[in-house]
Write a protein that binds this ligand. Structure first.
Ligand code: OOG
Ligand code: MG
Length: 270
């Protein structure tokens, strides 16, 4: 069958890749990077695999509640060895309540890591190439947030198309209490700290996220626009981790504190 324009994989291969990634997630088994199986794997293939994987979960009655940006900070790009922002989907089943429990036993997590983030609630549709101010004006709230990422690939190693196909390592997330947005100053240069069992393990600033987390939001709109998509009213958005991610262990309590914004925390159970 001739390849579709812009894709190196057939629709059958895209579906099989999505099924394999979903199996790895559900069974908590690492798998080989897709780019080893398909050396020509490109970004169109990768987002198509991501879409197909999300569709598999929608068929299981899970719901899309927002999007996440990833690899928007220098610390994360360096840690993962991938230098380009990516986006993935957040599903209702991924949300853990603030101060709630993330249980490794309930079929979640192969080798999960946790990272400090800033989240937004989008109150109006956002489309196309927009400024940071336009992006912020469409948000009604902002949150201190934690994201638990868990690559389905062996040793948490991947290329850019691999990680996109894997819904950007999405696993779980926690939003702290909602805070009102009051223009740029609400989210600018806020120092933040990631604590594990009360000990500060990573420190950074909100501006480590793409220069400003609102810029990550505007970039997300531009990336969606290039695929004919837009950010829908009522979505949650995670702007990307400000610092490196750290592995999580059962029995630990992880908290992010964002100065001027608030906290979010989670207990990790076996
Ligand atoms: C990919 C997802 C990156 C972030 O906030 O940078 C991400 C990964 O690190 O596994 O969520
Ligand atoms: Mg993240």
């Amino acid at each position: 069958m001739p390849a579709r324009e812009g894709f190196s994989l057939s629709t059958d291969q895209i579906r099989q890749a999505a099924l394999d990634l979903d199996f790895a997630r559900i069974e908590r088994l690492e798998m080989e990077q897709l780019s080893r199986r398909y050396p020509g794997l490109n970004l169109n293939d990768a987002y198509a695999i991501q879409d197909e994987g999300v569709n598999l979960r929608l068929a299981q009655k899970e719901k899309i509640i927002g999007l996440k940006m990833g690899l928007t900070s220098a610390s994360k790009m360096k840690q993962m060895g991938v230098n380009s922002p990516i986006y993935g989907m957040l599903l209702d089943t991924m949300q853990v309540p603030d101060q709630g429990i993330f249980s490794l036993e309930r079929g979640r997590g192969i080798h999960p890591w946790i990272e400090p983030e800033i989240g937004f609630f989008i109150a109006q549709d956002l489309r196309g190439k927009i400024s940071m101010d336009t992006a912020l004006a469409a948000c009604s709230g902002v949150y201190a947030a934690l994201e638990i990422v868990d690559s389905r690939y062996s040793d948490f190693k991947f290329s850019l198309p691999d990680v996109i196909a894997d819904n950007c390592s999405s696993c779980a997330f926690v939003l702290g209490p909602w805070a009102k947005i009051d223009g740029q100053k609400t989210i600018k240069k806020m120092p933040l700290t990631l604590f594990v069992n009360g000990e500060a393990v990573e420190t950074g600033s909100s501006d480590d996220i793409f220069g400003n987390p609102a810029r990550a939001l505007a970039e997300l709109c531009a990336m969606l626009d290039s695929r004919g998509l837009y950010l829908k009213k009522g979505s949650m958005v995670l702007a990307g981790a400000a610092t490196r991610a750290v592995p999580i262990e059962p029995g630990s309590r992880v908290e992010v504190f964002v100065q001027g914004l608030g906290r979010a925390s989670v207990l990790i159970s076996a």
